[in-house]
Design a protein around this ligand. Structure first.
Ligand code: BES
Ligand code: MN
Ligand code: ZN
Length: 498
């Protein structure tokens, strides 16, 4: 849901009325244009900073009402920390921080995008705008009332003042597409499960057609014909039919193999017959965060016309207990021909991925496959919410993902795969079972998926800890984080375009 706040770029000029945002580093140094814009108010600021012990630390702010010497009704100083410590990612954060400091009542806001060492370059300005946009996101589609004293979201017009306006606008075109991808992913994760069931999710994916993305929907009949017994087994207890949505963006050279992104889209996970306890079960509306990320990524790639061929594939099901639901003890046959004994119907995500991954691999022969799934509670125990678990059969892909994670702040931590773990999912009755016992739960889940991957370079991202219920950050206040869109967009931009 795009926020009411309107964002645009403008020239650095003597600021008019409204709120003025300026940046100061930890030695309270301003850039030259900021200094001249502040004029005689600079003196006042220096004194106020001293009185308030404002040190310019990252994230700190100083708010001065009706500052003497300038036209602004309010001046907000935002700290940028030590220039030497600054990374590109910090500019995104800085945009988020600055957006967070805008008073709710503001209608006109100008932020001077200049640091002590001078005005921000277009790419850097676009990073700030990205952070500001993501911070401004909120999901309030279903709120018809507000608590007393709660202001309606401000409709402030925010101008980012830069030295090179044309350059910044140009850089923003691509970055805005990424912002829109993250926003789309967040919206999907936040939607309630009575609204966003598999058929509706698939319909939303078709919305990408207007960007030139080819979208193909496989219904139950088509999946039956393909022999997708693993995915269909999960959905058979639901009143809502299962779907697969395939999204194709051909921005690269004709004939070059596509990159493939595959998402777990369990629109609601009750656990099925192995039903989950009631506490926090409502969170399982977010069990489609992997699929949401894939849709958001396709939106970003198409929106910025990425020079790459990419496939997005999402398996959409609802895992319900029912007279027709799958049972522990059932044996299903996956599209790959491998058979699976169901031990626990709550280990459903891997069953969905098994068929989608096999399908994508055999039909598209992709350059690599990356799957995203809110797969195991165990990964939250292992890594918390600051890193997603990464499993990979390819060191180069793993390293690139790790670096993209550090660059975007959407970090991944590599976990092991090994034949010894693989043994834990051998079954007495079928080729494998769908759970491997208590030990190494995230690893045996990854081993399971690997059995459907073949030799294609592959990485599996377990995003159970990062996809939703996210701790608030400088660039996200929403439950659904849209995690992974920026990570994968960066991976593509850095290594696979042209
Ligand atoms: N969707 C859950 C995993 C999950 C749990 C994601 C909490 C986010 C937050 C998954 O389908 C699941 O139920 N996994 C089981 C696997 C077990 C039965 C082997 C789990 O983690 O307990
Ligand atoms: Mn489950
Ligand atoms: Zn699940």
């Amino acid at each position: 849901m795009a926020d009411a706040r309107k964002l645009g770029f403008g020239p650095i000029a003597a600021p008019g009325g409204g709120v003025l945002i300026v940046f100061a580093d930890d030695s309270l140094q301003f850039g030259p244009r900021t200094r001249s814009a502040l004029g005689s108010a600079a003196e006042l600021i220096a004194r106020a900073a001293k009185a308030e012990r404002f040190t310019g630390k990252t994230g700190s702010a100083l708010d001065i009402v009706a500052p003497a010497g300038i036209k602004a009704t309010r001046l907000v100083l935002v700290g940028t920390g030590k220039a030497a410590d600054r990374k590109a990612q910090d500019l995104v954060k800085l945009g988020g921080i600055a957006m967070g400091k805008i008073p709710n009542a503001a209608t006109e806001v100008t932020a001077l995008l200049e640091l002590a060492d001078g005005p921000l370059k277009p790419e850097a300005a676009a990073d700030v705008a990205l952070g500001a946009t993501l911070r401004a996101y909120s999901f309030d589609r279903y709120k018809t009332k507000r608590k007393e004293g709660e202001e309606p979201p401000a409709k402030a017009r925010v101008t980012l003042a830069v030295a090179d306006v044309t350059g910044a606008r140009k850089a923003w075109v691509a970055r805005e597409a990424v912002a829109e991808g993250v926003v789309l992913a967040r919206d999907l994760v936040n939607e309630p499960p009575n609204v966003l069931y598999p058929v509706e999710f698939a319909r939303r994916a078709t919305g990408l057609r207007k960007l030139g993305v080819g979208v193909e929907i496989l219904d139950v009949k088509a999946m039956r014909k393909l022999g997708m017994g693993a995915l269909l087994g999960v959905g058979q207890g639901s009143r809502h039919e299962s779907r697969i949505a395939l999204m194709r963006w051909n921005g690269g050279k004709k004939g070059t193999p596509p990159l493939a992104f595959i998402g777990k889209g369990v629109c609601f996970d009750t656990g099925g017959i192995s039903i989950k306890p009631a506490a926090n079960m409502e969170d399982m509306k977010g069990d489609m965060a992997g699929a949401a990320c894939v849709v958001g990524l396709m939106q970003a790639l198409a929106g910025r016309k990425a020079k790459v061929n990419a496939i997005g594939a999402i398996g959409l099901v609802e895992n319900m207990p029912d007279g027709n639901a799958q049972r522990p003890g059932d044996i299903v046959t996956s599209m790959s021909g491998q058979t699976i004994e169901i031990i626990n119907t709550d280990a459903e995500g891997r069953l969905v991925l098994a068929d989608v991954i096999h399908y994508v691999n055999t039909r598209f022969k992709p350059k690599f496959m990356i799957d995203l799934a809110t797969l195991t509670g165990a990964i939250i125990v292992a890594l918390g919410q600051e890193n997603a678990g990464m499993f990979a059969n390819d060191d180069k892909l793993a390293e690139r993902l790790t670096q993209a994670g550090l660059d975007t702040g959407e970090r991944v931590w590599r976990m092991p795969l090994a034949p010894e773990y693989d043994k834990l999912i051998d079954s007495k009755f079928a080729d494998m079972k769908n759970t491997g016992g208590r030990f190494g739960g995230s690893i045996t889940a990854a081993q399971f998926i690997q059995r459907f991957v073949g030799k294609t370079p592959w990485a599996h991202l377990d995003i159970a800890g990062t996809g939703f219920a996210s701790p608030a950050s400088d660039i996200n206040k929403s439950w659904g984080s849209g995690w992974g869109v920026r990570l994968l967009d960066r991976l593509v931009a850095e290594h696979y375009e042209k």
